[in-house]
Design a protein around this ligand. Sequence first.
Ligand SMILES: [Zn+2]
Length: 102
Amino acid sequence: MMLIDADKLIEEIDEEIEYGTERIEKHFDDADKYITKGLRIARKDILAQPTIDAAPIKHGRWIRVIAEDYECSECKAAVWSGKANPISNYKYCWRCGAKMEE
Ligand SMILES: [Zn+2]
């Protein structure tokens, strides 16, 4: 599945429709009329697609405070690591959910 910003795509299609409509009004060009009609159909089809809620991923990193103690760069949540539980095991911040960079 390819995720895209449909709002941005609709905005661009609307600009093309407006441009095509202006040209039809000025020149009565059949090609512009059919292109504009096709863009309106594509616009309708895009808006009819199922949607999902998506949010940008928050990124962060663990900052060493002292010895094996780290804190999240985004929310300062503390993590105590050690040989049995190295900091690399903490892929996400337990408090804010930031995805930790290596
Ligand atoms: Zn955090």
